[in-house]
Design a protein around this ligand. Sequence first.
Ligand SMILES: [Zn+2]
Length: 381
Amino acid sequence: MEYSNFFDDLKSNIIGQYEECKAYRILCESQGYNPSEHLRSEKDITNIPFLATTLFKKSANLFLSLLRVEPDKLDKWTLSSSTSGDPSMVGRRNSDLMQIRKFVLMDDKFYDSASEYNCVFYPEPKVMREYKSVRIMDKPTESYIGNLLGIFDFSENTTFLLKSCGEGFSVDMNSFEEFLKFNNERNNHLSLRGSTLLLYNAVLELKKQGKGPYNLGSRAIVHTGGGGWDGKKGNISIGTKIERYQFVEEISEFLGIPQKNFRDTYSFTENTFPMDGHYSEKLRSYLFHVPTWGRVIIRDVKTLEPLNKPGDRGLVQVLNAYGTSSFAGASILVDDIAEIVANDSCPECKHEGMTFKIVGRVKGSEAKGCGATLDVRGKQK
Ligand SMILES: [Zn+2]
């Protein structure tokens, strides 16, 4: 089976990154780490030095140093959505983007891309990809959402609800309402996808206008991604945090979609493998699965030591064996805080592998603390 030799593939990716990315090699050397010597078996993976996502921020000015290839070999720069105007910048080649696509295709049961009617809280892929694109070192910038929209197979019957409006976008509320009316009480196979904040806002707006409720039925799914639970995402802000259970419970009730049909994808700009999550009514949160082609390590926020007991909470580190040929993305620490739900299999759907939920994010100052210096891990044991 493809991806069945995760450890060997990870090892060669780490060694490749060590050899091709000078900044990563300096980090390793400062910790006395040489992957060819120290990475012998899967149990050694917690010792792999990691780069914090803060180092990929434009303001850190290291994005060129974090490449594994010359900039002229890149196809584009992927930019994170940024509230502060300081996005992450990740240089990618098309082959690395195609790897994300392969992972998405392997999880098609989860993404349910064949649903007959689709309503997406994003602009059309081409519009999103070109939105505010500039050239850096002669390569175009593109948002991470643009990357993902560009590789996802949307079925023919898809309505993209975000329309260009001045400098930004606005939600086409008429089309949204028509979609709901058309599908009401018909139990059609359909999906609502995209931005959590925009979907939530649109539903609030309809409620305020005294519209609905609707009954879309058991074949409808709500698939969100890209976070925004703190009430902010890029230039969208609703000024208040949304609890995940609040989002699911309110929307489930208003649209008549079972809570178990709510899904969320966890990933971030510097990562390659998307992680699928389904809502748990019992835990009132999304449970995310780590696929066999990736690994996640949860680290104590203060000591950065790896944690492993269910209930332990800490920062998320991802290990990528695939799809980071152009940048130093093999071992990344992100400022989200996750709680380990189970190490071996999902307690609800029995999906094999680690299961976690996202419980928050490190506050700005703390996050800076863990990414400010390259030598973030202290001495190698
Ligand atoms: Zn599960």
